[in-house]
Each structure stands twice: as C-alpha cells, then as structure tokens.
Design a protein around this ligand. Structure first.
Ligand SMILES: *Cc1c(COP(=O)(O)O)cnc(C)c1O
Length: 232
C-alpha cells in the first residue's frame, strides 16, 4: 500500500472518531484532498485508495491533472483566489468553488456556466474572513449578508449557493475555535434569513486544525499536508 493510502486511512479513521465524539454521524464530514503542487502519481495513489474529492488552488496546476486523469467520478473543488478572467476554466472543469468573494466573480462564473456548461450547476461557497485579518482574503460578516442579498435578487443562473468557507487562524486554538463557531452561526443565520434550503455546507479545517473544525460543525475539511506530506 502507498504512503498516501496509509495516510488516508488514518485521516478517515480520525474524522470518523472526531465526528462521533462530537455527537455527529460519521458520514457528515467530507474529506477534500488538497492536491495542489502534488504530481499525478500522488493523486492516482489517493484515487486508488478510494478518494474522489480533490482541492486545487490554481487553474494551471489543476488542469494538468484534471485533463490527464479525465475521470468523471472525481469531484474537483477550486479553493484558491480566482481572477474572474479564469471563470471559464472553473465552469468547465470544477464542480465546486469555495472562494466566491464578490458579485462580479459570481456573475462571471454564472455567465461562463451558461456558455460552457449549461446542463450543470456549479456549487458555490462564499469565502469569509471571520477574524478580519488584513492578510486574508474573504468577505466580512456584513459583506457576506449583503452579497447574499444581491444574489437573491439577481439569481445568476447555473450557480447553487451551498454555504461558507473560511481559513482558520494559525496557532491559536481558542481563536480558531471562535472563528469556526462564528462561521457556523453565520451560515445558520444566512440560511434562514435568505431562505436558502441548500445552504448547508461549512468548509473549514486544514491539517493543523480540522479536529476543532469538526467539533464546530465542519461539513468539508480540506487536507493536504497530513495526506501527502510537506509541500516542497
Ligand atoms: C493549501 C490549502 C489547504 C490545505 O492545507 P494543509 O495545511 O496542507 O492541510 C486547505 N485550504 C486551502 C484554501 C489551502 O490553500
């Protein structure tokens, strides 16, 4: 068995145990394997071990793998900052984007879906910068509500609003927990206020903090290092 397969089994068991300990069912949390910077062989090892959902943060790095693998069973998640001129590539090759942070980007993604992938719907998460750190991209809480309000009025076609994403605060457990629980509350509030039935996803937690994220209600954890090893 490959090292990646070994790691995958350890992570799956850990996600399951953390979910049960948090009083959640063991299948509530989806593992997104963050394959950015990894080569095709590493991704194939994860696929051989049953992984289907992968996260990438640049179009170029992602397309080299997506096109070569050409596997309709895989689910690709865009998790990086997206320039709106690259909306077409996301619309064509990804099923999810976790990093929508402006009306303009939403409109570009919608137009690209209508033109290039009209039979499908792109699942979208809004990226929120809960902690307000200047170094991080994402919407403030107020901006998140304002954007959802706009989207409810405009209803750009071929996009499904599925929830929120955030990146945790490094190295501070209490602050990380506060960030994740604030994201959960914001999702619940938005879901109710805007009557969004499918707005049920919380993408939060990476290698260093996914335990806290699962305790705080994550439905997707994005794990790279613990699965594939340190990035070079
Ligand atoms: C790289 C990355 C991850 C994975 O981080 P690890 O610490 O390697 O698990 C998760 N989310 C985003 C947005 C990333 O860019």
């Amino acid at each position: 068995m490959s090292q990646v397969a070994d790691n995958l089994n350890v992570i799956r068991a850990r996600i399951k145990q953390l979910s049960i300990d948090a009083g959640r069912t063991s299948d509530e949390v989806q593992l997104i394997a963050v394959s950015k910077t990894r080569n095709l062989t590493e991704v194939e090892q994860a696929i051989a071990a049953g992984q289907t959902a992968f996260g990438e943060n640049t179009i170029q790095d992602a397309l080299s793998k997506i096109l070569l693998l050409d596997n309709p069973n895989l689910q690709w998640h865009f998790i990086g900052h997206l320039q709106s001129k690259k909306a077409k590539q996301v619309a064509e090759h990804f099923q999810w984007i976790h990093t929508v942070d402006s009306l303009k980007l939403a409109q570009k993604l919608s137009a690209a879906m209508v033109q290039h992938n009209p039979q499908k719907v792109l699942n979208c998460l809004l990226q929120v910068n809960i902690s307000g750190e200047a170094s991080k991209s994402g919407l403030s809480i107020d901006e998140t509500e304002a954007l959802l309000d706009e989207l409810q009025q405009q209803k750009p076609p071929n996009l499904a609003w599925r929830g929120l994403m955030t990146i945790g605060v490094n190295n501070d457990e209490a602050e990380t927990r506060n960030t994740f629980s604030a994201l959960r509350m914001l999702r619940d509030q938005c879901r109710q206020k805007f009557n969004l039935k499918e707005f049920d996803q919380l993408s939060m937690g990476m290698s260093g903090d996914y335990d806290i994220a699962i305790e705080e209600g994550a439905t997707m954890v994005r794990i790279g290092t613990e699965l594939f090893g340190q990035r070079k």
